[in-house]
Design a protein around this ligand. Structure first.
Ligand SMILES: C[S@@+](CC[C@H](N)C(=O)[O-])C[C@H]1O[C@@H](n2cnc3c(N)ncnc32)[C@H](O)[C@@H]1O
Length: 309
């Protein structure tokens, strides 16, 4: 069972079969909801798929995430592995069939039911594993590694690029610098060139695996939900290109929570450097944390620096 958001699908599967049910959810938040004792929880995609006969998944938004799941299932699953992928019809595209067809001979869509639909894939092809991918960025002198489910793949997103252009404005520190929501680890890798103690945090297993490759052992990379495991007043600097989606839904709550928690973990005088889409409601919250300057802006994004009171 892949990417069950709430644990109910994995529990229902375990209830209906005598076979072992193994589950992997990219998000740690979803992983923690896999509480049925009959379900074995596995924190990485490949281990979950070794020997699998039936792979049930919630269709991810990203085609690259789906491609990595399908290729890994075709490569590591049992010889007769089948895949059953469900989603809301409004979020499904014919490209999803094409992605599955790269790894399986037979792909067909079910009839719709309650605004949802299922894609069935079977007869695994002999596929090459293409994940994680890598791309060297000459301008940054950095090779970015990316698993399928990670934000922006091997690209440097426009918001990330604007934030990178302002990293030089950070104050020097020997304290801990956190890249919060690190994705592929681009920001963490760049921060590690200047700061001795960099921690990269992401809730996504794909992000953490990618960031470990991108930062090549120079950064402490952790799969954690936000700043929850950071002690009070322990962090000198937080840098973040925060999430703006939860699954397929746009949601500002996780980032508002992160800003609130930054107030708890930052040392007095510590800095929060953040990039976000200018229409998002973060500025009032940031100003509540301490004096906040806009360091850069373009047609879409703002980069802000907040000094914690
Ligand atoms: C907009 S992406 C930025 C990724 C990367 N920093 C970059 O600029 O390319 C936001 C990241 O936040 C992560 N994220 C979402 N919710 C999180 C949470 N509760 N705790 C930690 N990271 C989270 C996502 O998995 C995603 O990698």
């Amino acid at each position: 069972m892949l990417d069950d958001a709430h644990g109910g699908l994995a529990a229902a599967l375990a209830d209906r079969t005598t076979s072992a049910v193994v589950a992997h959810s990219d998000s740690l938040v979803s992983e923690r909801r896999l509480t049925d004792p009959a379900v074995e929880v596995v924190p990485d995609l490949a281990s979950a798929l070794v020997g699998a006969q039936l792979v049930v998944l919630r269709l991810p938004k990203s085609l690259d995430a789906l491609d990595e799941m399908a290729r890994t299932a075709a490569q590591l699953g049992a010889e007769d592995v089948r895949l059953v992928a469900g989603g809301r019809t409004k979020h499904m595209t014919p490209s999803m069939n094409a992605v599955l067809a790269a790894s399986f001979e037979k792909v067909r869509a079910s009839l719709g039911r309650q605004k949802s639909r299922v894609l069935h894939a079977g007869v695994a092809k002999k596929v090459k594993q293409e994940w994680p991918r890598q791309r060297h960025h000459d301008d940054l002198g950095l090779t970015v590694h990316a698993h399928g489910a990670v934000f922006a793949g091997t690209r440097v997103d426009a918001g990330t690029a604007l934030l990178i252009s302002q990293l030089h404005q950070l104050t020097d520190t020997d304290g801990t610098v956190v890249d919060l929501g690190c994705g592929t680890g681009i920001l963490a890798a760049l921060l590690a060139r200047r700061f001795a103690h960099v921690t990269a945090i992401d809730v996504s297993a794909a992000a953490v695996a990618s960031a470990r490759l991108t930062t090549a052992g120079r950064v402490d990379v952790r799969r954690v939900d936000g700043l929850s495991e950071c002690a009070d007043a322990s962090i000198a600097t937080v840098v973040s290109n925060p999430p703006f989606h939860v699954g397929t839904t746009k949601d500002s709550t996780p980032t508002l929570d992160m800003i609130h928690d930054a107030g708890r973990v930052l040392l007095s005088g510590g800095e929060l450097l953040m990039v976000f889409n200018a229409h998002l409601p973060y500025l009032p919250r940031l100003k509540h944390l301490g004096p906040t300057d806009i360091l850069a802006r373009d047609k879409d994004y703002l980069v802000t620096r907040t000094i914690h009171d």
